[in-house]
Design a binder for this molecule. Structure first.
Ligand code: SF4
Length: 205
């Protein structure tokens, strides 16, 4: 099937978002303030999947806001990428788990319909799996983020259909904020290595 145009992608994403806005499939619907569906642009080169909305995301209805979002933007900017032009951003879950607890298996299963549709519509060449929750949802038990970050995984390694995407697990910016050292070999230093590798692959697409 031919790739969708940007307009077609936006129209289909908007249909999925409408469904999501009315979703009551799991108990998180009772406590959410907003659905956090996506941000950025539907770029078939690059998609980032995060974990679940936090406090500020739930308030604003947008993924990766606050300090973690600003840090993510700086990471992209270091290689000339911006979320306004170059990357489609979404989360594993569209509603905030209370007190930022990890998503439960039944919540991830219930919400998979929407993430799966987002991947199917964008069909990204590269998917960044941002943090352990995203890794587990897409790669199953591939390992903890500190061990597998920075490695490329082929589509065949995924436990779900990723439509041929190559995937790289990366640290979540919230983790980088808690581990703020720029020491060589530390999490931030590693993240800066990873984003350069990602940009090299991005430029090949
Ligand atoms: S987390 Fe997902 S499945 Fe659960 S209510 Fe929200 S949109 Fe629906």
């Amino acid at each position: 099937m031919e790739a969708l145009t940007k307009e077609e992608m936006l129209a289909r994403l908007s249909e999925i978002k409408e469904k999501c806005l009315a979703c009551q499939k799991c108990s998180l619907a009772e406590t959410r303030h907003n659905i956090v569906f996506d941000d950025g642009v539907p770029n078939p080169k690059l998609m980032l999947i995060g974990e679940a909305p936090g406090f500020y995301e739930d308030q604003q209805g947008k993924p990766f806001v606050g300090k973690a979002g600003q840090l993510l933007d700086r990471i992209f900017a270091s290689v000339g990428l911006t979320r306004k032009k170059d990357v489609y951003i979404c989360n594993t879950l569209k509603c905030r788990p209370p007190n930022n607890r990890n998503p439960l298996p039944d919540e991830k299963a219930a919400c998979w319909e929407y993430l799966s549709a987002q991947i199917e519509i964008i069909k990204p060449g590269i998917i960044l799996l941002c943090g352990n929750v995203a890794v587990q949802s897409i790669l199953g038990n591939a390992g903890g983020i500190t061990k597998i970050r920075g490695n490329w995984f082929k589509a065949e390694s995924a436990v779900v259909n990723v439509y041929g995407a190559r995937m790289m697990p990366i640290f979540h910016p919230s983790y980088l904020l808690r581990n703020d050292t720029r020491e060589k070999g530390g999490p931030k230093w590693l993240m800066w290595q990873d984003i350069q590798e990602i940009k090299r692959e991005y430029d090949k697409l």
